[in-house]
Design a protein around this ligand. Structure first.
Ligand SMILES: C[S@@+](CC[C@H](N)C(=O)[O-])C[C@H]1O[C@@H](n2cnc3c(N)ncnc32)[C@H](O)[C@@H]1O
Length: 198
């Protein structure tokens, strides 16, 4: 039996739709601004400037922008942006002449993220529906690719990295926060959708 990738995507979408609609419910993973500040090193002052609607559904596992901020006027893509906390932090750095494209596959997150654009007035952020494995972006158009807590949810990691490198300009940067399993998994474990999403 092979991993049912369609089912896996459905289950991931179900889970993150719930996070978008009810971010404070409590999940098997950490969420929210206190977690981001206490465990991942985000600056509380930066997070305090963003509305709760941006920071409460945060479900990343690292801090991609701690590796370097984008410059004014640059184009950034956030793969699997969720409610957009990293995307809005990047948007402050690139300013109004820059652009942040927040890609996600889950409709409820996209809707929530677009609401956050309206709420913050940071119109340099655009939420765009798409897959990490098939980014809705042209070749060589992006200065910085960020992603936080998403690639561990993608079975075809080679495609995700190929897509990131396809959209990057020559000399562009890739800054990722994610989870790595440091040993081989049994086929039964790999094929168990519950283990991917639990
Ligand atoms: C753990 S959350 C992280 C969200 C955000 N990066 C953050 O730090 O709050 C994972 C997000 O990735 C999205 N996602 C998962 N697999 C994806 C894929 N293959 N393509 C696009 N988005 C995906 C989910 O819809 C969800 O919003």
């Amino acid at each position: 039996m092979a991993l049912n990738e369609g089912l896996l995507r459905e289950e991931i979408q179900k889970k993150y739709s719930e996070v978008a609609r009810d971010p404070k419910k409590g999940y098997h993973f950490n969420t929210g601004p206190d977690y981001a500040a206490d465990l991942l090193g985000y600056a509380r002052a930066d997070l305090a400037e963003l509305p709760d609607s941006v920071t409460a559904p945060f479900a990343g596992v690292g801090n991609p922008l701690s590796m370097g901020q984008p410059s004014f006027g640059e184009t950034v893509v956030d793969i699997g942006a969720g409610s957009g906390m990293d995307a809005f932090l990047a948007a402050r750095a690139v300013g109004e002449s820059g652009q942040v494209i927040a890609v996600d596959m889950t409709d409820a997150m996209l809707e929530h993220g677009r609401g956050n654009v309206a709420l913050t007035g940071m119109t340099q952020v655009e939420f765009r529906k798409g897959l990490a494995e098939a980014l809705p972006l042209d070749d060589g158009t992006v200065d910085l690719v960020i992603s936080n807590g998403v690639i561990n949810l993608c079975p075809d990691k080679a495609s995700v990295f190929a897509e990131a490198f396809r959209v990057l300009k020559p000399g562009g940067r890739l800054q990722i926060g994610d989870i790595i399993v440091n040993k081989d998994l049994s086929p039964a474990a790999r094929e168990n959708v519950e283990l991917w999403t639990a």
